[in-house]
Write a protein that binds this ligand. Structure first.
Ligand code: ISL
Ligand code: CA
Length: 623
């Protein structure tokens, strides 16, 4: 057990301690090397608290010690060969169904629209689709607020359509994972409705708390308090997300039973696994204690330390896996915001039987920045992130590789939105993902080189998070709320796919969310017809990755790590050795690694020179 007498180094050697320190340093933009300075690492927590009392107060260290002591396990440092599984070889493709493809002219993407594009996805080389929620929902959070888990939203189609989709996918040798949103339901779910009508059994499904005043200082991810007063019950309801998304009480075994029942319902139907929404938030600390002020300010969300790695997280995940996933050759990937590398390892190591992989989000912003900051993303950070991440992993670990999803602006836009080399940059990003070790998740449009939207007025936004954020900024007299939204809105990822040059790029006049981008390059029809497009680059590289299993199971050895703007690594497996190199900048760069004897097998550049051109990406076979 660690205590205030423990040193910083002792804390850093624990799973939680390491991740928490790394996170704090990241947020404060301080290099983690400071922790190796003798003066720092040998300092006891007591001294740390005393020295910085004015800044950190008297309960931050207690909060840290509690969290650290709550985790008794350590990752297993296995040297066994990597276990071969389908999801490690697969290239995943995330679909935001509303925006993907409309089949019936109502302007809203649907299941039949997806079916109509399966040949397109197969040709691209996609192995498995992940669908953002398609269940019945009042759409307060675009489907992440589910009213009925076993019913398909009317706009999306029917259960028959879903079965059809599964058949059509399986016939093509492809798979499907669905979104499992079970940290919360919609307040229109019958469970919550029954709770509101006074049914005690259903009240126990949620956090409905008796209290004179707001039960604690936790805040919602979508602005304001995480508590809503329910006058008819005279109780407070916990909602970490919108007011229409009450959190489920996982301490109630009946709730856990309901969840495994939902999972089994779909796995029995033939679905191949789930992406599990904010699954690390399901276990909340006993008594729902007040969030620490300093952590709240630093992380922007008060209370987070009491639920992002809660006391029963491992138990609940294991139980769910045994009751459902384990009976099938299925895949589970957890969306785990805030979880660091070591905690992620404990959630995913194969012998622990919790999750197969998680999404770690620490690469989406550079140190010291949050999503709504307007800044230029430096790719050297992404490089260091992957180098560090890989060095922490053993063969019993598995990770996901991604840069875009429905909750973020486009990574390439953050890096260099206006560059004349934008397409090459997109190729480089896709190239990096497809040649590192991990399951690759492409987001719809990423194969085209789509970019952020030129949103101008508040009416251009649809997302509940953006709209709440805007109102909050207005209340706080912010000078330029629209520029904040433009930098960080999730809507950049949610506009409709651009299929062709017909009205609204194929979504017609009723399109639910028009693509305002006036860059006609990133359209499917054009990209397919252009030899050196982002699409063709991505398609050919996926094919190469399928052919060369070295990219999946090979070792990763980074070279020239300290050369700014240069990223190079070897992938080796059996007798094969491949070398990947890239220029992370939009200027010419020396070729730091000698590749003269190597055979160039893949590139985003036609004319090769002595130096690397802007965003050049090359793969060599080492002879
Ligand atoms: O956008 C965020 C809050 O500022 C992210 O932290 C995001 O909410 C978080 O990653 C959780 O995302 C998932 O759950 C949400 C849903 O709105 C997101 O679309 C989903 O990916 C609630 O279900
Ligand atoms: Ca439709």
């Amino acid at each position: 057990m660690l205590s205030k007498n423990s040193t910083i180094q002792e804390i850093y050697e624990t799973v939680v301690g390491r991740d928490v320190f790394d996170k704090i340093l990241l947020q404060l933009n301080i290099n983690r090397k400071v922790l190796s300075l003798p003066f720092i690492k040998n300092m006891s927590l007591k001294t740390l608290e005393r020295s910085f009392y004015k800044i950190i107060g008297n309960d931050l260290i207690d909060a840290l010690i509690n969290l650290v002591n709550s985790e008794k396990d350590q990752p297993v440092e296995s040297i066994e060969p990597i276990e071969q599984r389908w999801f490690k070889e697969a290239v995943f493709y995330q679909i935001y169904p509303k925006s993907f493809k409309d089949s019936n002219g109502d302007g809203i993407g649907d299941i039949n629209g997806i079916i109509s594009q399966l040949d397109y996805l197969k040709e691209l080389g996609i192995d498995c689709l992940w669908l953002s929620p398609i269940y019945d929902s009042p759409n307060d959070d675009n489907g992440y607020d589910i009213r009925d888990y076993k019913k398909i939203a009317q706009d999306m189609g029917s259960m028959e359509d879903l079965k059809n989709l599964i058949d059509e996918l399986h016939q093509r040798g492809m798979k499907l994972i669905m979104d499992l949103v079970v940290n919360h339901t919609s307040d229109e779910h019958q469970w919550y409705q029954k709770a509101l009508q006074g049914d005690r059994a259903y009240q126990d499904y949620y956090y409905l708390v008796d209290s004179e005043d707001v039960p604690n200082n936790w805040v919602s991810f979508f602005s304001g308090s995480a508590w809503k007063y329910e006058p008819s019950l005279n109780k407070w309801m916990l909602h970490l997300f919108s007011k229409k998304q009450p959190d489920l009480n996982w301490n109630n075994p009946v709730v856990r039973q309901e969840v495994s029942d939902i999972v089994n319902f779909y796995l029995d139907m033939g679905v191949d696994g789930f992406r599990m929404d904010v699954i690390n938030y399901i276990s909340k600390a006993e008594g729902l204690p007040q969030g620490n002020e300093i952590i709240g300010k630093l992380m922007e969300f008060y209370g987070i330390e009491h639920y992002y790695y809660g006391p029963h997280l491992h138990d609940y995940l294991r139980e769910l896996r045994m009751d459902s996933f384990e009976k099938y050759d299925s895949f589970s990937v957890g969306e785990t915001p805030g979880v660091g590398i070591q905690m992620g390892r404990l959630l995913t190591q194969s012998q622990r039987k919790e999750l197969d992989a998680v999404f770690n989000f620490d690469h989406l912003e550079t140190p010291g920045h949050t999503r709504f900051d307007e800044y230029k993303y430096d790719l050297n950070y992404l490089k260091q992130y992957y180098i560090h991440y890989n060095k922490c992993l053993r063969n019993n670990d598995w990770i996901t590789l991604f840069v875009d999803n429905h909750d973020n602006p486009k990574m390439a836009s953050k890096i260099n939105h206006d560059s004349i080399h934008y397409d090459k940059l997109c190729m480089l990003l896709n190239g990096m993902l497809l040649t590192l070790r991990g399951s690759v998740f492409l987001y719809q449009g990423q194969e085209l080189g789509t970019r952020n939207q030129p949103f101008q007025t508040i009416d251009d936004y649809k997302d509940v998070e953006s709209i709440n954020k805007y109102n909050e900024l207005i209340c706080n007299n912010h000078k330029d709320p629209l520029s904040v939204l433009l930098a960080g809105s999730r809507d950049h990822g949610r506009v409709c796919m651009m299929w062709d040059e017909s009205e609204n790029y194929g979504f017609g006049s009723k399109g639910w969310f028009m693509n305002l981008e006036k860059n006609p390059q990133a359209i499917v029809s054009k990209q397919m017809a252009t030899i050196d497009s982002v699409y063709n680059f991505t398609k050919e590289l996926i094919a190469l990755r399928k052919e060369l299993k070295t990219f999946v199971y090979g070792t990763v050895d980074f070279v020239k790590e300290s050369k700014k703007n240069y990223f190079g690594y070897y992938r080796k497996h059996n007798d094969e050795s491949l070398y990947v190199e890239m220029n992370l900048s939009d200027r010419y760069l020396p070729k730091y690694q000698n590749t003269k004897e190597y055979q160039l097998i893949f590139s985003n550049t036609k004319q090769h020179r002595k130096s690397l051109s802007p965003y050049e990406f090359n793969i060599y076979r080492v002879k």
